[in-house]
Design a protein around this ligand. Structure first.
Ligand SMILES: Nc1nc2c(c(=O)[nH]1)N=C([C@H](O)[C@@H](O)CO)CN2
Length: 118
């Protein structure tokens, strides 16, 4: 299956389980792969036939920047659900990284894959 992807989408939000984390905003970085048949937009050259990565990005920026979760797992799950429920996507692979959260690492986080329920 073809994919449409969004790489390294950085968004600031309240995220974390510790008291000090509830008082600051931290960046999270999203890498997203969405299954989509790209043959139709390739033939028509029409944005209306695409899975519009700008529209998906704008929706996630809105949601994540207003979000307030403790765990990266919770935020990743909600982002995947938005993609499956609000866009024409059957399968999504989403990596949510929290850079600098663990000293000595570049980033930590989760990778999830979700399928739209029929
Ligand atoms: N699996 C997870 N482990 C941890 C998380 C998390 O969201 N998922 N969060 C933290 C803290 O918030 C950490 O990021 C602060 O440095 C610890 N472990």
């Amino acid at each position: 299956m073809d994919k449409v992807f969004i790489e390294a989408l950085e968004i600031e939000c309240v995220i974390g389980i510790y008291d000090w984390e509830r008082k600051i905003r931290q960046p999270v970085v999203l890498d997203i792969e969405m299954a989509f048949d790209n043959r139709k937009p390739a033939a028509s050259d029409d944005i209306a036939d695409t899975l519009d990565y700008k529209a998906v990005s704008k929706r996630l920026i809105q949601f994540v920047s207003e979000s307030n979760f403790g765990l990266v797992e919770s935020l990743a799950e909600r982002c995947a659900a938005i993609i499956l429920e609000e866009f024409d996507v059957e399968h999504v692979r989403l990596k949510l990284a929290k850079p600098g959260a663990v000293r000595g690492s570049r980033a930590v986080g989760v990778i999830i894959e979700r399928q739209r329920e029929t």
